[in-house]
Every structure is written in structure tokens, then in C-alpha cells.
Design a protein. Structure first.
Lengths: 278, 311, 289
């Protein structure tokens, strides 16, 4: 041993020892890494195309500790873009932020909200732009919001928050009851999903052409459950469907004692949270 | 006593003083000296600056919903804690040993009955104690801010929901729970521990480098480089997997880097926890084990170099 | 015969300067011995190999060839460190520690604890005259004070051998006088002192034995008196001698035929001695006032 220590330069010994240690620890570390990725404590390695397209800022993203700060810095910048209504800049910032922290659902929720609701609403009222341009941009932002929401859902498959935001885009901007209903349906049973999702699925399905019977069956099954029956909108929507589907009187639910105040009088239905349905 | 026996006693005396192969007591004395040194180097100002940053973050109105704000505050604070830990580990470790050498303090220490391994371990323990205490204090400050903000957010949300009579109890609970998930949890402490473990590994790497190096600047630069490369492991790995048919030299090089340089990316589970991931304790223990492995190996190698180093 | 405090035999130290073949011989086949209880001075110009020799004796460096022993133990043996107290040239201890804390730190490293350590610190602070500065941080110490706290540090574990590297370098005459007095006190207490210096006059004042090293080799070595006395000359210093007396002495020398008067005149004090006497008088005067 002493002979070895004398004859071989120390840095060579150090390198050899490091290599042996590296070979011993590598399989152990790989296993721990896989388990952590499975437990969603670590990000999976980026896909090949992502690696090839990594920008400098995204490379920084792999730096532990700095990643959060860099994402935070960009988020603050994005907020600035929002204030200035720089929608394209805002979108670009969020593309980096979401590639840095793809597991943080708040980023996905924010970008869907900004593009799908704020940018779209701004396009509806921005008098500086000609009508045609506004419509084109409206479509662009809303389509991008939907695409980003889907990308986010692919990253965080059990995220209810992204779906809530996506449903809002379908409901408020795209006025697509079928897609809205499907989005609410998808979030039922997910952790953190709002309790109303199961009812909203039925309410919007009721407005989806051709899906009335399915909606009626779903809402009626909810009606059997005490806690849902107390919701004011549920009997209203059921009664609407009873009319549409011409359900025999004997099978209909009892009339609402507050029927004079039913929203059908003014032609609007009010959903929880003060959302009015036309 | 005859002259002969006095002589004999004199001959035996020094050999009689047994010096153990490693004395944790002596390492601890060096560690305590290092702690005092670091604290008197006004490093506490670091902590003060951190507290100010956290308080500032905590009181910022960042826009967005309560849950988003809480999540932002949490990520900023824990990101700052993590950065503090590894930066402090590299800089303080790189400064301490070469400085002792330049100032010749090392001569006086090593001319006492102190083994060189004890000196290295003592320095490392000293740096780690300071980082540990600072992280613990930062964690307490962060937790206090989070708890305070969380309760004020929940109060605001409740009163907003009260005004909106259409909100059902179920919806209220869902909203409050959502906010709480972004706020303080005891598991966040594990995130701080992960930052500590990472700092410990980079500190031991820096010690190894400083036994080779003759200047603090060189040690800091190379340590930072190792730290950076250590974060690109997973990237290099997937690159390697996708390009297995390509240049064999590149592959060998990547493999070599992977086995020579610690994998710091593994410690990013601290971020996973901050983001709301559930703590899996067996994995945390395994990471602790990996860290101990790194510390032991790097210290042994440092000693291998340092034992015969001539001053 | 007792074991020598320091025994250096055929010590050679070679430093590589380039990658392979360039090298410098710092110490070349050096041998000497420091007996227990004596004050040994290794003198030589800067770069002569003094510090290298000292570092080998301390175990901070390994010999390329030959050996160095401290009280019979190989200098690399950690047990030898119990016997050695070391004061490096221009020591910089931890500036953030006070005098007492510094001594406590080194004392603990030597395994001294509790009351024993406390008493030893008090004793040493008194010995090096730093009682009043004990609670001050070393950052505020003068060079002389640093040298004295360094000496106290070297003595903390009551070593039998004290190694001093340029102990008075950069210290004012008052400070170096104090250090020289301390060295003499150590000799009186039976401690072996091995010092390196290029300040020859100071070595002359305290050393029993001197070795002159140049370009890594021992050039002359022996008891101080032997080295500096001129064997065929005799000096005589008279006080209150009248011119008549001096004249008659000159005549006597001339009569002898063999002897020759080489030099007469007034002996001069050194500038250093003059400075010390003035400073001491001033110090006394200010105290009396």
C-alpha cells in the first residue's frame, strides 16, 4: 500500500478512487432518480427535441435553486407584460416559464387565463385594431390557450386547476357547451377538483346539441342525491330538459315553489358564482 | 532516581502520549473555531439580508390569486435559501483553508498534536454547522411569513366569499383547501434539509479542490464549474441515450463526467416538495445515505492529498 | 548522555520547480544536533534553507533524504508535536479571536482543559506581558504583541522544545528586547530553544550554540564564544582611566616586543541600546508624573 502511495501520483489515485465510487453509486442514484420522478419530486429528463431546442434561459432552468428564482423573475416580467397588454411577449415568457417548471400548475393556469380570457377579452374591445385583425387575434389567443392547457394537462394529468381554467375559456370565449361539459367531466374525481364540476358537466351537456338525453339522465341521477338536489340550478336545468325532451308529466320532478323567480322568466340561468348562462 | 532511569523516562515520555488515529474532540475544536471565524466575518449580515428579502417578498402584492401569491412567496423564499446554502458552502470553504495557509495559521495548528484529517473534518463541520443554523433560521422566518400571509389571504377570501351569497359551503372549503395547499406545511422542512445536503456535498468537493489548489479564487471557480456540471447530469444522460449511435468519444466523455462528478440534480427534490409534492421519507433517507457517501469519499480523498502536502 | 532535542542527520530537501527535471536543492546533506536545554541559533541569509530545515523538523515537510528527530521521535510522528512549540515568522493568528481565545484554542488542541487551561493562560499572558490586551481581538495587536501572543501559544502545552522562526523580524527594538528576554527566561526554565534568524546580533545575544547555513549547507557550527572570539587577540575595557595610565599601558605593550596594540578608543553603544535606554527613561518619567 505504502509502495503504491509512493509510486503513483496522488491525483491519479484520486481520479481512480472517484471513478470507482462513481461506478458504485451510479446504479443506486439511477434507482433513486427513477423513484423520485415517479413520485413527482423530480422532473423527468427532457425529450430529445426539447434538448435540441433548449434556449440559454431554459438551460439555466436545470440549475437547482436558481430555477425557481429565474422562473419567478420571468413571472414578474410576465405580469408586467400583462399590465402593458403585451400579449405576445407574455406568451413568450410563459413558454420559457412552463419549460422551466412544467410541474407547477399555477404557470399553466396563469398562461391559459392570460391568453384565453384576458388577451381574448382585450381583442373584443381593442378599438385600436381593425375588426378583422381583432377577430383573427382573438382566435389565435384562444386557440393557443386551449393548446397550452392541453400541454399542461399532459404534464400534470391530474390537475383540476388547469381544467377549470380551460373550461372557462370554452365556456366564456369559445361558447362551446360540448367542450365545456367534457372538460368538467374530465375533472370529476381529480384531487382538488371543485365539487360543482359533476353538476356543471350536466348543465353544459344539456346545451350541447344531441346530448340532451345524456344530460337529463346524468342530472336526474344527481337529483336523487340530497346534497345536489338543494342546488337551485339543478331543478331548473332538469325542468328545461323535461320541456325539451317532452318528459311525461308523471315522470317530471315536483314544481319549484319559488317558480316565479326562476331564471327562465328573464331567459337567463344563473350558475353558482354569479355566472349567467344565456 | 539514578541518572540512567531518568534518561530512560525521558526517552519514553513522548512515545507514551498516545495520539488516537482520529479525535472527534479535536475536530470539534477546529469546527468551533471555524464557526466563530465565520460568524465574526460578519456572515450574519447574509442572514439579515435574507430576512429582509423574505419580508419584502411576503409583503409584495404580486398580482394574481391568493394561492398564486402564496406559491410565489414560497418558491422565492426556498429558492433563495437553496442558493444561499450552496453559495455559502463554496465560498466559505474555499476561503478558509487557503487563508489558513497564507496566514501561516495552518503551521501553528499542524505543529500541535493535530492530525490533518481532524483539521479537514473540523473545517467541514464548522462550515456545515453555520449553514445548518442559518438554514434553520431562514426556515423559521419563511414559515412565519407564510403562515401570516396564508391566514390573511384566507381571511380575505372568506369575507369575499361571504359577500357572494351564492358560494356554497362546499365551494368555500374547496377554495380554502386550495390556498392551504400552497401555504405552509411541515414537510417544507425536508426541502430545507435537501438544500443542506446539497450544500454539504459541494462543501466537501470544495475541500478536496482546496487541497490541490493554491488560491481561493481557483478553488471557487472550479467548484462552481463542478456544481454546474453536476446539474447537467440528467441532460447529459438523456443526450447520451438519444445519441448512442454517435461519436463514441463524446459518449465516453459524458460517461466519465457522470462517474466523476456528483449528481447535484438529484437534490432538486427540494423543489418538488416546495411545489407541493408529497415527501417520501424512504427516498429522503436514501438521499441522506448518498450524501454521507459523498462526504466520506471526498474527505478521504482530501486527506490523501493533504496528509503529504508540504507547506 | 541524554537524547538530543533535535537531531538532523544528512538532511537533503529537493524541490521540483518544473514538471520533470528542474529542481532546486534547498537543503544539502545537513547534519546538526540541538542538545536539550540549550539555545541553538541557525543563521544564514534569506533563502539559505533555514525555514525548510525548520519545517522538516516540525513535520510540515518530508525530507527527500536523511532524517530529522525530535527527542528521539521521527519528526513526522505526531507524538513529537506534544514536545514542540512553534512560532512562525510574522505569525497571523485568527484575527477575530482575542488573546485569551487564541490561547484557549491552541490549549484545547493540545488536550488541555478546564482549570488547568485557565491557569496556564493566565500564567502565559503574564509572562508575555499581555494581560491588559487579553480581551482585545488580535486584529488590533501590534507586530510585537502578535509575536508575544505567538510565543505564548507556542508554550501553551509546556513543550520541551520551542522552535522560533525569525522571532524578532519586523518588531521594534523594545519588542525584540522583550522577546529576547523571554527566550533567556525559557533557557533558565530548562526549555530547549531552536531559532532561525538572519539578524546576527540578536542571535549573538541569546544563543549558546550557532550554526551558519548558506546555500543549504552547514558552513560553521559551534558554541558562540568559540565562533566569535579571535583567538590571538584580547580586549580590555577600562573605566575612569587617566591619559597617564593609558600611556603607561602602551609603553608596556611596546616593551613586550611580541604583543601589538591593535586599537584604542571609546567603546560605543549600539543605536539599539541607546534607543532602549532612552525609551526606558521616558517610560519611567511618564510613570512618575
Amino acid at each position: 500500500m505504502k509502495f503504491l502511495l509512493k509510486k503513483i501520483p496522488r491525483f491519479v489515485l484520486v481520479l481512480v478512487a472517484l471513478m470507482i465510487f462513481g461506478l458504485i453509486r451510479a446504479p443506486f442514484e439511477e434507482r433513486v432518480r427513477d423513484e423520485m420522478i415517479e413520485a413527482k419530486l423530480l422532473l423527468p429528463p427532457p425529450a430529445q427535441d426539447t434538448i435540441e431546442n433548449l434556449s440559454q434561459s431554459a438551460l439555466m432552468a436545470t440549475l437547482g435553486g436558481l430555477r425557481s428564482l429565474a422562473a419567478l423573475y420571468l413571472s414578474l416580467g410576465a405580469f408586467e407584460h400583462f399590465s402593458n397588454k403585451d400579449w405576445d411577449e407574455l406568451r413568450n415568457s410563459y413558454l420559457i416559464i412552463t419549460s422551466m417548471e412544467p410541474r407547477d400548475e399555477t404557470h399553466w393556469v396563469s398562461v391559459v387565463w392570460h391568453l384565453g380570457i384576458n388577451a381574448a377579452a382585450n381583442m373584443e374591445i381593442d378599438r385600436n385594431l381593425p375588426m378583422f385583425e381583432r377577430k383573427r387575434r382573438f382566435n389565435e389567443y384562444v386557440t393557443e390557450a386551449v393548446a397550452l392547457a392541453e400541454k399542461g394537462i399532459a404534464q400534470i394529468p391530474d390537475s383540476a386547476a388547469i381544467r377549470v381554467q380551460l373550461a372557462e375559456v370554452y365556456r366564456e370565449k369559445l361558447k362551446d357547451p360540448c367542450a365545456t361539459a367534457q372538460t368538467y367531466k374530465d375533472m370529476v374525481g381529480l384531487p382538488g377538483a371543485p365539487g360543482y364540476a359533476i353538476r356543471f358537466y350536466g348543465y353544459f351537456l344539456a346545451d350541447c346539441p344531441g346530448k340532451e338525453q345524456e344530460a337529463y339522465d346524468h342530472l336526474m341521477s344527481l337529483y336523487q342525491v340530497e346534497k345536489h338536489r338543494k342546488k337551485g340550478t339543478l331543478p331548473i336545468k332538469i325542468r328545461e330538459l323535461e320541456e325539451k325532451l317532452k318528459i311525461p308529466q308523471s315522470e317530471r320532478i315536483p314544481p319549484d315553489p319559488r317558480s316565479r323567480r326562476t331564471p327562465s322568466e328573464n331567459g337567463k340561468t344563473v350558475l353558482p358564482g354569479g355566472i349567467e348562462l344565456r | 532516581m539514578s541518572k540512567e532511569s531518568a534518561e530512560k523516562e525521558e526517552r519514553i515520555a513522548p512515545a507514551d502520549r498516545k495520539v488516537p488515529l482520529f479525535s472527534l474532540g479535536r475536530a470539534w475544536i477546529i469546527a468551533r473555531g471555524t464557526v466563530t471565524q465565520l460568524i465574526r466575518m460578519k456572515t450574519l449580515y447574509f442572514l439579515l439580508a435574507f430576512a429582509l428579502i423574505i419580508v419584502a417578498f411576503g409583503n409584495f402584492s404580486l398580482g394574481g390569486t391568493a394561492a398564486k401569491e402564496l406559491s410565489t412567496i414560497k418558491r422565492a423564499c426556498f429558492g433563495a435559501m437553496d442558493s444561499f446554502a450552496w453559495m455559502f458552502a463554496i465560498i466559505s470553504t474555499a476561503l478558509l483553508i487557503p487563508r489558513d495557509q497564507e496566514d501561516r495559521t495552518l503551521y501553528t495548528i499542524l505543529s500541535k498534536p493535530v492530525r490533518r484529517m481532524e483539521y479537514l473534518v473540523g473545517k467541514l463541520i464548522g462550515v456545515l454547522v453555520v449553514i445548518g443554523v442559518f438554514l434553520a433560521l431562514m426556515f423559521v422566518v419563511t414559515s412565519m411569513i407564510l403562515i401570516a400571509r396564508q391566514s390573511s389571504f384566507i381571511g380575505d377570501e372568506l369575507s369575499a366569499m361571504d359577500q357572494n351569497s351564492r358560494m356554497s359551503q362546499e365551494q368555500r372549503i374547496a377554495q380554502i383547501e386550495f390556498i392551504q395547499r400552497q401555504g405552509f406545511r411541515f414537510e417544507l422542512g425536508i426541502s430545507a434539509i435537501a438544500s443542506f445536503l446539497k450544500a454539504a456535498v459541494i462543501a466537501s468537493v470544495t475541500i478536496l479542490l482546496s487541497t490541490f489548489a493554491s488560491s481561493s479564487l481557483f478553488t471557487i471557480v472550479i467548484s462552481l464549474l463542478v456544481f454546474l456540471i453536476g446539474h447537467f447530469h440528467s441532460l447529459a444522460n438523456s443526450f447520451y441515450k438519444y445519441h448512442s449511435g454517435d461519436n463514441i468519444i463524446v459518449q465516453m466523455l459524458l460517461k466519465l463526467v457522470k462517474i466523476l462528478i456528483p449528481d447535484f440534480q438529484l437534490y432538486a427534490f427540494s423543489e418538488g416538495i416546495v411545489m407541493g409534492g408529497a415527501v417520501i421519507y424512504p427516498l429522503v433517507w436514501q438521499m441522506g445515505l448518498i450524501t454521507v457517501g459523498y462526504l466520506v469519499v471526498f474527505l478521504m480523498l482530501s486527506a490523501l492529498i493533504f496528509v503529504d502536502k508540504e507547506f | 548522555m541524554s537524547i538530543p532535542a533535535v537531531e538532523v542527520k544528512n538532511l537533503t530537501k529537493v524541490f521540483r520547480t518544473g514538471l520533470y527535471k528542474d529542481y532546486v536543492v534547498a537543503v544539502d546533506n545537513l547534519s546538526f544536533e540541538v542538545k536539550a536545554g540549550e539555545v541553538y541559533g541557525l543563521i544564514g541569509p534569506n533563502g539559505s534553507g533555514k525555514s525548510t530545515t525548520m519545517k522538516v523538523v516540525l513535520g510540515l515537510m518530508a525530507a527527500s533524504q536523511g532524517e530529522a528527530k525530535v527527542f528521539g521521535l521521527d519528526s513526522g510522528d505526531i507524538r513529537a508535536r506534544h514536545e514542540i512549540g512553534f512560532l512562525p515568522e510574522n505569525p497571523y493568528f485568527y484575527k477575530h479571536l482575542t488573546g485569551t481565545e487564541t490561547l484557549k484554542f491552541y490549549g484545547k488542541l493540545c488536550g488541555i482543559r478546564g482549570k488547568e487551561l485557565k491557569d496556564r493562560i493566565a500564567e502565559l499572558l503574564e509572562m508575555v506581558d499581555l494581560e491588559n490586551a487579553a480581551k482585545r481581538r488580535l486584529g488590533g495587536y501590534s507586530k510585537g504583541m502578535l509575536q508575544r501572543i505567538g510565543l505564548a501559544q507556542a508554550l501553551i502545552q509546556r513543550p520541551r522544545l520551542v522552535i522560533l522562526d525569525e522571532p524578532t523580524a519586523g518588531v521594534d527594538p523594545m519588542g525584540s528586547r522583550q522577546i529576547r528576554d523571554l527566550i533567556l527566561k525559557l533557557r533558565d526554565d530548562g526549555v530547549t530553544v531552536f531559532l532561525c534568524s538572519h539578524l546576527l546580533e540578536q542571535v549573538q545575544e541569546v544563543c549558546d550554540k550557532v550554526g551558519i547555513i548558506f546555500k543549504g549547507r552547514m558552513r560553521r557550527e559551534g558554541p558562540l564564544e568559540e565562533l566569535i572570539s579571535i583567538e590571538d587577540q584580547t580586549a580590555m575595557t577600562l573605566e575612569h582611566a587617566s591619559p597617564e595610565l593609558l600611556k603607561s599601558i602602551s609603553e608596556l605593550v611596546e616593551k613586550d616586543g611580541k604583543a601589538r596594540l591593535v586599537e584604542t578608543g571609546r567603546p560605543r553603544t549600539t543605536l539599539e541600546r541607546l534607543f532602549i535606554s532612552i525609551a526606558t527613561q521616558k517610560h519611567k518619567a511618564s510613570k512618575d508624573e
